[in-house]
Design a protein around this ligand. Structure first.
Ligand SMILES: *[C@@H]1O[C@H](CO)[C@@H](O)[C@H](O)[C@H]1NC(C)=O
Length: 82
């Protein structure tokens, strides 16, 4: 589409959403740990993919946005509570 700057958003703590907690249960915890772990796994594979996009497209800029570090600057609210 001619875009030269693209922001790519990583997943956040999706195991803490009402849908996830009501569907899978949390055993008294605020979040579904397995879903948050899967989101982190996705993010850690997603970041090198963004680097690869930048390497392969010199006329465009792809920016990896880590939503978790924006929402939870202290290091991840739900990571400690799962
Ligand atoms: C995103 O930020 C969180 C919190 O600072 C950090 O724990 C996590 O490793 C970061 N994820 C990536 C893919 O850099």
């Amino acid at each position: 589409m001619g875009a030269r700057k693209v922001a790519l958003f990583a997943l956040t703590q999706i195991g803490c959403t009402p849908l996830a907690t009501s569907k899978f249960g949390t055993d008294g915890k605020p979040c579904v740990k397995s879903i948050n772990k899967a989101a982190m796994l996705f993010n850690h594979k997603f970041k090198p993919l963004v680097d690869q996009l930048n390497a392969n497209n010199e006329d465009a800029l792809f920016t990896f946005i880590n939503i978790t570090s924006i929402l939870y600057p202290q290091g991840g609210l739900c990571i400690h509570m799962t």
